[in-house]
Design a protein around this ligand. Structure first.
Ligand code: CP
Length: 308
């Protein structure tokens, strides 16, 4: 069964197929009203459960719209309103949902909820974000980079700030798509060693550089993310901001990157914190293309999961 749990758990050939299909599907419906169906309807008659145990704007709307464009139907479920949030086991929930729906997307806290859901589900499961990874976001980011600048293989990507779940999926993608990644941030917030090791084993050059200006030198892509993620305690906010302030992406930092470097942020952003509005709204920013490509990349992920 084709679960989409993490980028490093999906083969490079399958990842490439998904990205290419996402690009084709995007161009096939260019200029059409958002509510119109795609010409082909690969999800006709299919029901998709979208489970959220954390807030979401992009993931929720892009999956919902994507399923409808492909002819399917969705059921958006809040984890806390399900028996899942009141003691029913994940395994039993997975077995029951498999009797009703054809595909499950889940956004949750602990990665084991996702992996247990996949283990006991008879239908494919998609990772819509856990505390540890966010693979759908990075599929959209790869699509976005390539539509602006061509193949990402061999490029230098610089991650600034917190080595969080989105950074983890970028590391997985570095190994699978063949680009190099430099992390710049405080040592307390380094990405997981395991994920750095995986990318290195796959042949990517992974660099840790504490000096943000040195890190960004020669970058093809600079990426920022919020300094306080959904799973971080609000009481840590001031301490994290103090640690992360030197890693803000602003015009001065972007000036160290290649002149045609792109800027990405998965959103939601905290303007004037991890990134200035001048960069977010500037000519190198592709943040809203990234957000749009969540729709196209996830449509291709769902087709791959269902083999349709
Ligand atoms: N980037 C992202 O996953 O956005 P949401 O939290 O709004 O879904």
């Amino acid at each position: 069964m084709n679960h989409f749990l993490d980028i490093h758990k999906t083969s490079p050939d399958d990842l490439r197929q998904i990205i290419d299909q996402a690009a084709q599907m995007k161009s096939a419906r260019a200029g059409r009203p958002k509510g119109t169906p795609d010409d082909d309807q690969p999800l006709a008659g299919r029901m998709v459960a979208l489970i959220f145990e954390k807030p979401s704007t992009r993931t929720r709307v892009s999956f919902d719209v994507g399923v409808r464009q492909m002819g399917g139907e969705t059921m958006v479920l809040s984890g806390k309103d399900m028996q899942l949030g009141h003691g029913e086991t994940i395994a039993d929930t997975a077995r029951v949902l498999s009797r009703y729906v054809d595909l499950i997307m889940i956004r949750t806290f602990d990665e084991t909820v996702l992996t247990e859901m996949a283990e006991y589900s008879d239908v494919p499961v998609i990772n819509g974000l856990t505390d540890r990874t966010h693979p759908c976001q990075i599929m959209a980011d790869i699509q976005t980079y390539e539509e602006h600048r061509g193949p990402i293989k061999g490029k230098k990507v610089v991650w600034t700030g917190d080595g969080n779940n989105v950074c983890a999926s970028f590391l997985h993608a570095a190994g699978q798509f063949g680009f190099d990644l430099t992390f710049t941030g405080p040592s307390q917030l380094d990405p997981e060693e395991e994920f750095i090791g995986l990318a290195r084993q796959a042949g990517s050059t992974i660099t840790i550089e504490r000096d943000a200006a040195k890190a960004v030198a020669g970058a093809d892509l600079v990426v920022a993310d919020t300094w306080v993620s959904m799973h971080d305690s609000q009481s840590s906010k001031e301490r994290r901001h103090n640690m992360l302030r030197p890693y803000q992406v602003n015009d001065a930092l972007m000036a160290h990157a290649k002149p045609d470097a792109l800027f990405m942020h998965c959103l939601p952003a905290h303007r004037e914190e991890e990134v200035t509005s001048a960069v977010m709204d500037g000519p190198q920013s592709v943040i809203f293309d990234e957000a749009e490509n969540r729709l196209h990349a996830q449509k291709a992920v769902m087709r791959w999961c269902l083999d349709v």
